[in-house]
Design a protein around this ligand. Structure first.
Ligand code: PEP
Length: 254
């Protein structure tokens, strides 16, 4: 086994009715038999229990796509970590769409990672720069700020998951190159060593996300600091997501 178990995570976003979720689960039947990779599915809140039921006892992880940081209260329309932990074992935090459309900032990300940890939910912390930030050579500063402020005062467990998702690659059909994603992932690992500890950095799983498909995943998982993928669009296609998961497992098995 590799030192870091790779992760194949599918973010279904605001897609899939009950019937569509059922069909997708049917197509994914057997995905848990792929050895050497942790599979995580993140359906919308309304389908969480349904998808969890389909994969009960299988080892497939179930993730919320977001959550509030308060335990409970008068927050209409929100879902608390306490509620989420009843049906999920993972939670995506700080996805760029949350940051872009719902005013999520590093402070709320920090509070959410803290709340997830105290409710036994494993966070997938998303970080990544915008195109203008990359063009202005601010990628390093942005990743440093997101990790410093997002993790301030927190003690991470071994195997913590960070997803490097440059916003210019998400949903655009134009992924980063393996080289660009590797540079950013190595930087994230260095920052984790500095902000947490070398041991935590060494065991952290760093995923690449941004227009991943079965056709391009090999380029990313061939990189030494990339331990899997967070997949949006292609995770809605059972064949694509299964092929991506197989490729991750194969690349990291040697
Ligand atoms: C995502 O939503 O995290 C993502 C990476 O989306 P896509 O794969 O569609 O670019």
């Amino acid at each position: 086994m590799p030192a870091r178990t790779p992760v194949s995570a599918g973010n279904w976003k605001m897609h899939a009715t009950n019937a569509e979720a059922d069909a997708l689960c049917e197509g994914l039947r057997g995905i848990d038999a792929i050895a050497g990779v942790e599979v995580v599915l993140a359906p919308a809140y309304l389908q969480l229990a349904r998808v969890a039921d389909r994969f009960i006892g299988s080892g497939v992880g179930i993730a919320g796509q977001n959550m509030h940081f308060e335990e409970q209260g008068a927050f209409t329309g929100e879902v608390s970590p306490r509620q989420l932990a009843e049906v999920a074992d993972w939670v995506i935090i700080g996805h760029s769409e949350r940051r872009q459309y719902f005013c999520e900032d590093d402070r709320s990300v920090n509070a959410k990672v803290r709340a997830a940890q105290s409710h036994g939910l494993k966070p997938i912390l998303c970080v990544g720069e915008q195109r203008t930030e990359r063009e202005a050579e601010r990628t390093e500063a942005v990743l440093r700020r997101q990790l410093h402020d997002g993790l301030d005062g927190l003690e991470l467990p071994p195997g913590f998951v960070v997803a490097y998702e440059p916003t210019w690659a998400i949903g655009t059909g134009i992924p980063a190159t393996g080289e660009v994603a590797q540079q950013a992932s190595a930087l994230i690992r260095d920052l984790l060593a500095e902000l947490q500890s070398p041991e935590i950095a060494e065991t952290a799983r760093i995923l690449y996300g941004g227009s991943v498909k079965a056709e391009n995943i090999a380029e990313f998982v061939a990189q030494p600091d990339i331990d899997g993928a967070l997949v949006g669009g292609a995770s809605l296609d059972a064949e694509q997501f299964t092929a991506i998961t197989r490729a991750i497992a194969a690349a990291k098995s040697s």
